[in-house]
Design a protein around this ligand. Structure first.
Ligand SMILES: [Mg+2]
Length: 382
């Protein structure tokens, strides 16, 4: 079997899909994208395809992963790691279809029958938090996640810290003791600010506090883990085993690799195994589309230290298109009491609606995250 064609499709709201075709007629799909840099990653995918993929045997996933990540001297980072990630997903999809099995069966078989999932809730005011959490409880979710704050001063004011606590208090009141909320610091806090914010959150017992420091300050995350009893999570902006190692050594409790950023199923499988040696749970980051979610679930179902899956079905921030718009059978992402059921179809387990994808290609408005500034005009983290 040989790879004959690699195509990419930029589709709303901000996603990039990759389609790999073989001379056997098998087709694999993946989702190589960095939010806001879809065109850049698209170029990287085609450069990798021209250099390494066309004419290659798609079943040699590990060898192709090695040469794609190491064979061009410069390596790593979000763009290259995300390009490889989506290609890797598509190669696993082909492998599953060729061998007649879902990917998780090729990786040792299922270790669970359903995967707990959470839904993101927005809202800047406690009243909005209360309503949105209640809606997700009503929908059956047992956990939600929300941002800790909006724009955050370098050293938080009493008022800002009170707001952080008020939202957490509102969420806990609705959820009660049986359900969970996680709270995302989103890299908006300084290290010192994150320590103070974690302190005010302790009475509300969030499941974890996420990205308390920016990825470039991962060497400082131990100051946060050492200061609070709350479990600390990070990882959506880390792209390899070596990237995550300092966080693991610093005592995080939850690692959040993104299957579309951190080298795909191949590398995230290894990241999960590395995390297990530190007694750290894995909660794959996934605000992306159907292929990223499908790849995440394949990992979730064969990973003993899996904790919970992020997913964005029907989420408010995807205004132009929705995850289920691109799948042929919407029932593949079925929920049962806030859990996603184990996929049984071959490969990644999701059939893409190819016509919908081809029709949507090129119609995505370029997406960029907000650019925030402080009152004095200086840049502020979003
Ligand atoms: Mg996050």
């Amino acid at each position: 079997m040989k790879i004959t064609r690699v195509e990419t499709f930029a589709v709303p709201p901000r996603w990039l899909f990759c389609r790999i075709e073989t001379d056997d007629g098998l087709v694999g799909w993946g989702e190589p994208v960095v939010e806001g840099r879809a065109d850049t990653v698209r170029t990287a995918v085609h450069e990798l395809a021209d250099q390494f993929l066309t004419g290659a045997d798609p079943s040699r996933i590990e060898d192709l992963w090695q040469v794609m990540t190491k064979g061009s001297f410069y390596r790593g980072g979000p763009v290259l790691s995300s390009a490889v990630a989506g290609i890797d997903q598509a190669l696993w999809d082909i492998a599953g279809k060729a061998l007649g099995a879902p990917v998780h069966r090729l990786l040792g078989g299922p270790v669970r029958e359903r995967a707990r999932a959470y839904c993101w809730v927005g809202g800047d005011e406690p009243a909005a938090v209360r309503d949105q959490v209640a809606a997700q409880v009503e929908a059956g979710f047992t956990a939600v996640k929300m941002n800790a704050s909006g724009r955050m001063s370098r050293l938080p004011t009493v008022s800002e810290l009170n707001d952080v606590a008020a939202r957490a208090e509102a969420a806990r009141e609705v959820l009660g003791p049986e359900r969970d909320f996680a709270i995302d610091f989103h890299g908006r806090f300084s290290t010192a600010g994150a320590v103070r914010a974690a302190g005010v959150l302790e009475p509300y017992a969030p499941m974890f506090v996420e990205e308390p420091v920016l990825p470039e300050y991962t060497h400082l995350i131990g100051q946060v883990t050492g200061s609070t009893a709350l479990p600390v999570a990070t990882g959506e902006r880390l792209y390899s085993r070596t990237d995550v190692l300092p966080a693991l050594r610093a005592g995080i409790a939850v690692l959040q690799p993104d299957l579309s950023h951190a080298g795909g199923i191949s590398e995230c499988r290894r990241i999960a195994a590395l995390a297990e040696t530190f007694d750290v749970a894995v909660a794959p980051h996934c605000p992306l589309g159907p292929l990223a979610l499908a790849a995440s679930l394949q990992l979730a179902f064969c990973t003993p230290n899996f904790l919970i899956q992020e997913q964005s079905i029907g989420i408010h921030y995807n205004a132009d298109a929705e995850l289920l718009d691109y799948v042929a059978d919407r029932s593949v992402f079925r929920f049962d009491e806030g859990h996603l059921l184990r996929p049984t179809a071959l490969g990644l387990g999701v059939e893409i609606d190819e016509k919908a994808v081809r029709d949507a290609d090129g119609s995505a408005k370029s997406w960029h995250n907000p650019l925030w500034r402080y009152g004095d005009g200086a840049f502020a983290e979003w």
